[in-house]
Design a protein around this ligand. Structure first.
Ligand code: SF4
Length: 90
């Protein structure tokens, strides 16, 4: 589970963030390139999701991150829906 206290300063402000446990595997950048980018040797959120599709893809990245380095400030409401549709989202 991502830790808000380890939120990388490279993240733009807002709900989604990457914490300092990121191992730079590239998965989130591949799954939601409109939200995640490389910043140094780790990922960061450069733009918060601006529509429902981007939000779902970002939540899919959150679920797929091997180190659980992606978090949200607010408890995600659509996480079960994303879990059920994960293969179809990528
Ligand atoms: S999926 Fe997780 S570990 Fe991989 S680059 Fe993104 S935040 Fe880092």
């Amino acid at each position: 589970m991502a830790n808000i206290n380890r939120r990388r300063p490279e993240n733009i402000s807002g709900n989604f963030y990457v914490d300092s446990s990121c191992i730079d595997c590239d998965t989130c950048r591949w799954m939601a390139p409109e939200v995640f980018t490389q910043a140094g040797e780790q990922s960061a959120v450069y733009q918060q999701p601006t529509n429902a599709t981007a939000e779902m893809r970002s939540l899919a990245a959150l679920l797929s991150c091997p180190t659980s380095s992606i978090g949200t400030v607010d408890k995600p409401k659509k996480i079960k829906e994303v879990q059920q549709n994960l293969p179809a989202l990528v």
